[in-house]
Design a binder for this molecule. Structure first.
Ligand code: NDP
Ligand code: 8X3
Length: 253
């Protein structure tokens, strides 16, 4: 029987690449995000290519009611979720603490922390009921270091680190594995979103170096979910070769 994974933020970047990777591993999928047409397109591609079942759930993860309705709509075998990939997230803005916008802060806190908690709280009971499951939280180098103008984004990813550790402790007796993946720079829509659609600023982030690609993180997730039952990968910190820390990069002129 196929395993089942739910991936948040599957419309783009790491979530989309992970959906394709898990489809290639013969998982049935529940893919989520706000951009429905992208979810529909991905679902139909994956169903065609891998002959598996894909369900799409379109909702804003910042909204607890929408999240409850979406997960509440799952019935029968769609509740038998083996793997939850908590990926939906963003950085909004790159301003000093004194110049940052409240709206950016709220968006990051509501998505990266509260959204991750809302969906986890709804999925964990299914896993406890089955006495097994695996949660992979997408954190960041920003969950381990704080860099200039990273303030609130870094705080949200530090929170993801603490939540991951807390989940691992509380879910220990239920046989549920909990991991995190903490990437450095990955070229996705992340920087376009961070700079509110300014493509020129976004391109500057990756100028003169080869960043990670979404596929690299999907490969890392593949490693995590294919370990044998007695092995849990707690955390993987993965960077481009041209990045040594949140602040040290090597750029070719
Ligand atoms: P993308 O912008 O390419 O993808 C972000 C995904 O999150 C989209 O599918 C988006 O879907 C979803 N999302 C954002 N807000 C919401 C919301 N309110 N409700 C539902 N879904 C939402 O960025 P990445 O793939 O790079 O980011 C994925 C994760 O990786 C994030 O948690 C990010 O913090 C983390 N990360 C990224 C790094 C990078 O350098 N790119 C490095 C380290 C960590 P939609 O807009 O359709 O709702
Ligand atoms: C995204 C990577 O370096 O912008 O989490 O914090 S970074």
């Amino acid at each position: 029987m196929n395993r089942l994974a739910i991936i948040t933020g599957a419309t783009s970047g790491i979530g989309k690449a992970t959906s394709v990777k898990l489809a290639s591993l013969k998982y049935n999928l529940i893919i989520t995000g706000r951009r429905e047409s992208r979810l529909e397109e991905l679902a139909s591609e994956l169903e065609k290519q891998y002959s598996l079942k894909v369900k799409i759930l379109t909702f804003d993860i910042r909204n607890s009611r929408q999240t409850e309705e979406a997960i509440g709509s799952l019935s029968g075998e769609w509740k038998d979720i083996d793997v939850l990939i908590n990926n939906a997230g963003l950085a909004a803005g790159a301003d000093t603490i004194q110049e940052g916008l409240l709206s950016d802060w709220e968006q990051m806190i509501d998505t990266n922390i509260k959204g991750l908690l809302y969906i986890s709280k709804l999925i964990i009971p299914f896993m406890i009921g089955r006495g097994k499951g695996q949660i992979v939280n997408i954190s960041s180098i920003a969950g381990k270091e704080v860099y200039a103008n990273g303030n609130v984004y870094c705080a949200t990813k530090h929170a993801v680190e603490a939540i991951t550790k807390g989940m691992r402790i509380d879910l220990l007796k239920h046989g549920i594995k909990v991991s995190s993946v903490s990437p450095g720079m990955v070229e996705t829509e992340f920087s376009i979103v961070r700079y509110h659609g300014d493509k020129t600023k976004a391109d500057e982030v990756y100028k003169g170096l080869t960043p990670l690609f979404a596929q690299d993180i999907a490969d890392t997730i593949e490693f995590i979910v294919t370990r044998p039952p007695h092995v849990n990968i707690n955390d993987i910190l993965i960077m481009p070769t041209a990045q040594a820390s949140a602040v040290y990069n090597h750029r070719e002129e």
